[in-house]
Design a protein around this ligand. Structure first.
Ligand code: B1M
Length: 220
């Protein structure tokens, strides 16, 4: 890893909120790729933070400060990660399921899907199941719902949301795709709860959303 990426990684790990944005700007100006900065330096730092938390070397406040530092960095990276878009190709809603407050991954997914040309409505974190269904009822132009969960304890809330969305789809005959993701989620779990698609990371989530839209257009 280059010195510049290492400096960002260390700053995020240590929750240096004030310096991260500047370091990311410097790295971009020096020609480092936005994806490398995100994946190697920032997501890499969050893996270290998660590991330290698991081993009781750090606690929730440190984890929170690292998350804030990452968010600052992502703000600077966002324009470089998004492609210049024109007319939206489709409309998607996204949210972290009930009981779950993690939003860094969900925000990245939203950003990449927006970059792929979608209009994205972000419902935020700790989203009650009814909110997903009510939003669909209010806006008939939404074609895709993306759900994020980061905790094993909120996986059942993802199943609840998927159940409710499947029931709504059956009841109304509305054409809709349900996509899921998040660290504890797997393709097997997505299949088990009746989701239409799963992706492991933000870049593949954008590909998945495009495929879901193509399937809808093909009547699948
Ligand atoms: Co929490 N936390 N946390 N946390 N946290 C984890 C998830 C944990 C793995 C840490 C650990 O123990 N190693 C652990 C979960 C264990 C488990 O369930 N098996 C954990 C825990 C236990 C907790 C608390 C319970 C701690 C406590 O209070 N005792 C608590 C729960 C609060 C709650 O939600 N109710 C808690 C709180 C927090 C903070 C608030 C302090 C903070 C979140 C701040 C925020 O998000 N605004 C936090 C953080 C930062 C983490 C870690 C360190 C980092 C998460 C992250 O942002 N990763 C995390 C450990 C880790 O992940 N290594 C941990 C980077 C992000 C880019 O990746 O979110 O996985 P990720 O998103 C990826 C993919 O998953 C995927 O694409 C994203 C981008 O590539 N993806 C999707 C995500 N959503 C998708 C949706 C899609 C598709 C793909 O739809 C189609």
């Amino acid at each position: 890893m280059s010195e510049k990426l290492q400096a960002i990684k260390t700053a995020v790990e240590n929750g240096k909120v004030k310096v991260v944005a500047g370091l990311v700007e410097e790295a971009l100006a020096a020609g480092e790729g936005a994806k490398e900065i995100l994946n190697e330096a920032m997501i890499g730092a969050m893996s270290v933070v998660g590991e330290k938390f698991k081993n009781n070397e750090i606690f929730v406040p440190e984890m929170l400060i690292a998350a804030r530092a990452m968010k600052k960095g992502v703000e600077v990276l966002a324009p470089a990660l998004k492609d210049a878009g024109s007319e939206p190709i489709g409309k998607l809603i996204i949210g972290t399921v009930a009981g779950d407050l993690h939003d860094i991954g969900k925000n990245l997914v939203a950003m990449m899907i927006e970059g792929a040309g979608f209009e994205v409505l972000d419902l935020g974190v700790d989203v009650p199941t009814e909110k997903f269904v009510d939003t669909l009822k209010e806006d008939p132009s939404i074609q895709i719902v993306a759900l994020s969960a980061l905790l094993t304890t909120t996986m059942p809330a993802m199943k609840d949301a998927t159940d409710a969305l499947n029931a709504y789809r059956k009841e109304t005959g509305r054409k809709l795709k349900i996509l899921v993701g998040g660290a504890p989620i797997t393709q097997a779990y997505a299949d088990e709860i009746g989701a239409d698609g799963y992706s492991e990371d933000a870049a593949s989530a954008a590909e998945l959303a495009k495929k879901a839209l193509a399937d809808l257009k093909a009547g699948k």
